[in-house]
Design a protein around this ligand. Sequence first.
Ligand code: HEM
Length: 505
Amino acid sequence: MISPYIYYALVGAFCATWALRARRRSNLLPPGPKPLPLIGNILDMPREKEWFTFAEWAMEWGKLVSVNVLGQTMIIVNSVDVGLELMANRSGNYSERPDIPMAELATYTESMTGAIQYGTYTFFRHRTHIHKAVGTPAAVRQYEEALELEVGLFLGEVMRKPEQLHAHIKHMVGSSIMRIAYGHESQQNDPLIRLANIVMEEFSLALAPGTYLANMIPALTHVPAWFPGAQFKKTAQKWAKNTRRMQDEPFEVVREQMRQNTAQPSFTSRLLTRNPNPSPQEEEAMKSAASSLFGGGSDTSSSSIHAFVLAMLLFPDVQRKAQAELDAVVGPDRLPTFADRKDLPYIDAMVLEILRWHPVVPMGVVHRAKEDDMYEGYLIPKGAILLPNAWFMLNNPDTYPEPRKFDPERFIATETHKPAPDPTDSCFGFGRRRCPGRLLANSSIFIACARILASFNIEKAKRDGKVVEPVIEQTTGIISHILPFECSITPRSAQAARLINEFSS
Ligand code: HEM
């Protein structure tokens, strides 16, 4: 029998070797705020709008910053080059998402592209279907007419009820996606859009790190739903039911319309035309890919268009320049269309500046390292979570001088000026998980900006003859929205009002 002294000596040696190895490994991690024993950097972590604190850390520690939260290593990526090297060039190692128990319970990990695990059948089918539908300039061109139509209708709503501008933007974007996904013509207060918005709110609650204990203690997911305190399981079941409805209802409508030859061309009708009798697994992938278009595209694009309105309010010279370009190229007798885009370099550059000035996904969407990796002498351990700091990449004064100034000209080449780096290299994420809707997003923002500026003047509101300064606040969370602010939005002329009426009736 082994002597207890030898036993203790062996255990002691094992623990010391393990501790030494752990210390050596932690010495190899990228720099960052000093962690405390056990809890790590939890006290350093900002509670909200973390991108502002992370930007300060980027200035202090550089391209890669590491923190440890309750044992979980997080690596904040602060430069586009590093983001591309890790998440694009080495994408085989960095395309997974971390496990989020509430997302799994609510079935989002089987249905929402952004939450589905890399490497699964559903993931590849989603990416293939979405790429075919909106992943190339030619594919997006199919939807230009629908986008022009939706923005035309939106202009009429804004003219009639300007005080509801923010709601009109949200409706216009949601409505465009429903038309693209299902050929669905939406109504005011449309039940389908309402359901989709509810599912999106539930989805973001499921992903919020601190809201549900089950996200921090995954073992809780094994507790039965009837167990006291397991209310979160019932909540997740309700969310799963809503997601099911959001996928099934519009899909079945399109299938029925196709039987009756009344379906409008759409993402779903094209999938069903190519494959009218899909296997159950493929049908699930088709349905969930269609509903993921709304998930990925509605809150993001509407947040960009809100930011555009705010920028016009705060930078009236930019507004005037853009309107002068529209007047010279399009004139007062019609609304701008996609065919004008090649002749509108200022508006084109404005789209890039909107994506830079207000990064709507300021901390990107997290990726997870599959295996240990080294980058420039730093260890990125297996299981580490990568947070692409898009806000800093797009507001780094070394890349974009005076970053809080809204200046489309930074993207226009002149004889003396090289255009600034393209924000679409970072604001849409990286590698095999990069946003598959980025071209559609770009087109939606372009046509909304061009048509809004051709039709309206956007100014600070006035009350009792006095200018009301807008209160500018943005929300925290994966998608950051600018909160509604007061402004005056009025037709530029009687002719503009006539055109709006013509296009929206
Ligand atoms: C301003 C508009 C938009 C922005 C800023 C944006 C940004 C992003 C970002 C940062 C990601 C995560 C990429 C990564 O993990 O590295 C993403 C993913 C995604 N986006 Fe977008 N997006 C926008 C519009 C759209 C639109 C219009 C659609 C579709 C119609 C869309 C569909 C998706 C989908 C399905 C994913 C999940 C991809 C995956 O996990 O593999 N997005 N987007």
